[in-house]
Design a binder for this molecule. Structure first.
Ligand code: SIN
Length: 290
């Protein structure tokens, strides 16, 4: 990506280029290992709320520096996810797929950890090893999906609550494939009871309404029959698949993506065969989702 001529107005510290008309922005020529300036940090928070996912190329971040990036947006210290952890920094999850190795089931549309009462508000993902081709990540905007719905449906959805559960995802099958899988699965069920979230959330910074369901973890809409719930959820999930509401990142090594986990769903495209893919992930802000 080349440097742009005319940065968008409203930003003094950041050179921002919208990535699509709906979602995403590239932040050019910004060194995420240097976050001393509070006005730059404030602009990063503003840009994340406005664009929902931000991309930064050519970043050189130590594990500590990646955690410092997350800290700009929220407390990164109490992550809840299931992925393996970094050898020296427990806050960092290591998403590594080796040739022929296990894939983590992130090739489903999902919002991170909505099977918990307080999912993270966002995530910092940093690429270390990237396939020559393939392995993109796609984000879709829950605010764009909401705005696209008929007014009567928007109003109806605002009354509804949905149950989210990790058991709804493909993870139980993964547990079954492990040596101590039964015990791990029982423990996970004990630790993560199903939770209920409103189907429509309001973003605390932008005030925009968000369709807050995702195919990986949303099991059913409360108060509806299974048939009605499945039909309504199918309609909403189909909206997230519209390319108009999406941004698809082609990773390069040393790229950072930061997303607003309240306003988006994402999908890790699993099309890279036996190539190696390694990213470091930090989630932040899980005590203050909405
Ligand atoms: C994730 O779902 O958090 C990981 C996305 C990716 O690996 O691209």
């Amino acid at each position: 990506m080349s440097k742009i001529e005319s940065p968008v107005p409203g930003y003094q510290q950041l050179t921002i280029e919208p990535y699509t008309p709906t979602i995403g922005a590239v932040v050019h020529d910004f060194d995420l290992s240097n976050l001393q300036d509070e006005s730059a940090r404030a602009e990063l928070r503003k840009a994340l709320a406005q664009y929902q996912v931000l991309f930064f190329r050519n970043q050189q971040l130590s594990p500590e520096a990646q955690i410092a990036v997350a800290r700009v947006f929220g407390d990164p210290d109490k992550t809840k996810a299931f992925f393996p952890r970094h050898e020296t920094q427990n806050t960092i999850e290591v998403l590594e797929v080796k040739p022929g190795g296990h894939r983590y089931g992130t090739d489903q549309w999902h919002t991170d950890i909505t099977f918990d009462a307080n999912p993270p508000t966002g995530t910092v993902l940093y690429s270390k090893i990237i396939p020559t081709v393939g392995g993109d990540t796609v984000w879709a905007s829950g605010t764009a999906v909401y705005d696209s719905l008929p007014r009567a449906l928007q109003l109806y959805l605002q009354e509804l609550q949905a149950t989210h559960s990790f058991e709804h995802s493909g993870w139980p099958a993964y547990f079954e494939s492990l040596k101590d899988g039964d015990a791990l699965y029982r423990q996970a069920r004990h630790d993560h009871r199903p939770v209920v979230h409103p189907v429509i959330q309001t973003h605390p910074v932008t005030g925009k309404k968000i369709v807050y369901v995702n195919p990986n973890f949303t099991d059913r809409i409360k108060g509806l029959s299974r048939q009605e719930s499945d039909a309504l959820l199918s309609l909403l999930f189909a909206r997230f698949q519209r390319p108009e509401f999406q941004a698809r990142l082609r990773w390069e090594k040393d790229t950072v993506a930061i997303w607003d986990n309240r306003a988006t769903v994402h999908y890790a495209v699993s099309d890279y065969g036996d190539q190696h893919r390694l990213l470091h992930r930090v989630t932040f802000g899980e005590d203050q989702a909405f």
